[in-house]
Design a protein around this ligand. Structure first.
Ligand code: MN
Ligand code: MN
Length: 300
C-alpha cells in the first residue's frame, strides 16, 4: 500500500470505531434495533462515508448477519447479548469492527473472554506470524474462561472493495502455517459460545443482507427498478433490503423483487448465522495493519 492508501484505511478505521461506539449508549432494553441501525448508518453518510456493510445487530445465539428488516419492530430486551458489527467505506477502503453488549448482566465473563482473546491475538501479530499461532492464542483464552471458540468463523484480510481478502485467521489452532505479511490489513474476530454450544455456526433462513453480482434482464418492473438502484448505489459493498424502500415502499413488493433477483442470480444473500446448538455467542473485532514487529490498530 502507498501512503495515500494507508491514510485512507486509517481514516476509514477511525470513523468506523466512532460509529460503532455510538451503539454503547443506544443499545438498551426497549430500544428498537432499526433506530440504532438508522442512527449509525446515517452518521456515516452525514460524514461523507458509505457503509462497508449494513449494521449487524445479532442477538444471543445469532452470531452474525442480522440487520433490521424494512419496518422492523424488534426491540432489545433485558435478556439480550448483542453483537454490534459495523464498518465504514470510502474509495474502496473498508472498516470492520465489533463488540458485544451484555444487557442481561449474566454473560459478562463470556464477553470478557472474546475481548481478552482479541488482545492476546493482537499481541501475536507481526510480519511472519503464522495464523495458527493467533488461533491458538484465541482458543486458549476462550477455553480458560470455560467457553468454546466458534471454529467456522474467523478473521480475514481486508482488501480494496473486498472485506474477506486473501487470508483466513482461525479462532483455534487449525494447523495453517500461512504467515502474515508486513503492510497487510487484517481483521481479527474471536467468537466464543457457552459450554452448551457446539462451537459452530450454521446458515439460517433469515436473509436481510445481499450483494450485487451482475446486471441482467429480469421480468418484473419492480425487480428491474431495484436492480438498477443496487447497480448504481451498492455495486461493491453488501446492502440491506430496507435501504431500497425509496424504490419500492411496499414491504411485500420490495421483498418479492429481492426474491426474483436472488433466483435470477443478479444478487447473492448473506444468511444470518446461528450457533448450531443454540449457545449464546460473543464477538470482539478490530481491524489492524500488520507491521514488521507488531501491528497498528486501525479501528480505534
Ligand atoms: Mn465484522
Ligand atoms: Mn470481519
Amino acid at each position: 500500500m502507498d501512503d495515500a492508501a494507508i491514510n485512507g484505511i486509517k481514516d476509514v478505521g477511525s470513523i468506523s470505531y466512532k460509529a460503532l461506539n455510538m451503539a454503547r449508549s443506544l443499545v438498551k432494553p426497549g430500544a428498537k434495533l432499526i433506530d440504532v441501525a438508522e442512527k449509525l448508518e446515517g452518521y456515516l453518510r452525514e460524514q461523507g462515508y458509505g457503509c462497508a456493510f449494513p449494521l449487524n445487530l445479532s442477538i444471543n445465539s445469532e452470531a452474525a448477519h442480522y440487520t433490521p428488516t424494512l419496518g422492523d419492530t424488534k426491540e432489545f430486551s433485558e435478556q439480550d447479548v448483542v453483537k454490534v458489527d459495523f464498518g465504514a467505506a470510502k474509495d474502496g477502503m473498508l472498516g470492520d469492527c465489533a463488540f458485544t453488549i451484555d444487557l442481561s448482566g449474566e454473560y459478562g465473563k463470556l464477553v470478557e473472554s472474546t475481548d481478552l482473546a482479541l488482545e492476546a491475538a493482537i499481541s501475536k501479530v507481526r510480519a511472519g506470524a503464522e495464523v495458527r499461532e493467533i488461533g491458538r492464542a484465541i482458543a486458549e483464552v476462550i477455553g480458560s474462561h470455560g467457553f468454546k471458540p466458534i471454529r467456522n468463523l474467523g478473521g480475514h484480510g481486508v482488501g480494496k472493495h473486498d472485506l474477506h481478502a486473501e487470508i483466513f485467521i482461525p479462532n483455534f489452532d487449525n494447523g495453517d502455517t500461512t504467515t502474515l505479511q508486513e503492510g497487510q490489513v487484517i481483521a481479527i474476530e474471536p467468537f466464543a459460545t457457552t459450554s452448551n454450544g457446539k462451537g459452530v455456526v450454521n446458515d439460517s433462513d433469515t436473509f436481510e443482507i445481499y450483494g450485487f453480482i451482475e446486471a441482467m434482464p429480469v421480468r418484473s418492473q419492480n425487480a428491474r427498478s431495484v436492480l438498477a438502484e443496487i447497480a448504481t448505489k451498492y455495486p461493491s459493498e453488501p446492502f440491506a433490503v430496507r435501504w431500497l424502500s425509496n424504490v419500492i415502499p411496499s414491504k411485500f413488493g420490495l421483498y418479492a423483487a429481492i426474491r426474483e433477483l436472488l433466483v435470477a442470480g443478479a444478487i447473492e444473500s448473506y444468511p444470518m448465522l446461528v450457533e448450531a446448538a443454540g449457545g449464546i455467542v460473543s464477538q470482539s473485532e478490530k481491524e489492524l495493519l500488520v507491521t514488521k514487529d507488531a501491528c497498528e490498530i486501525l479501528t480505534k
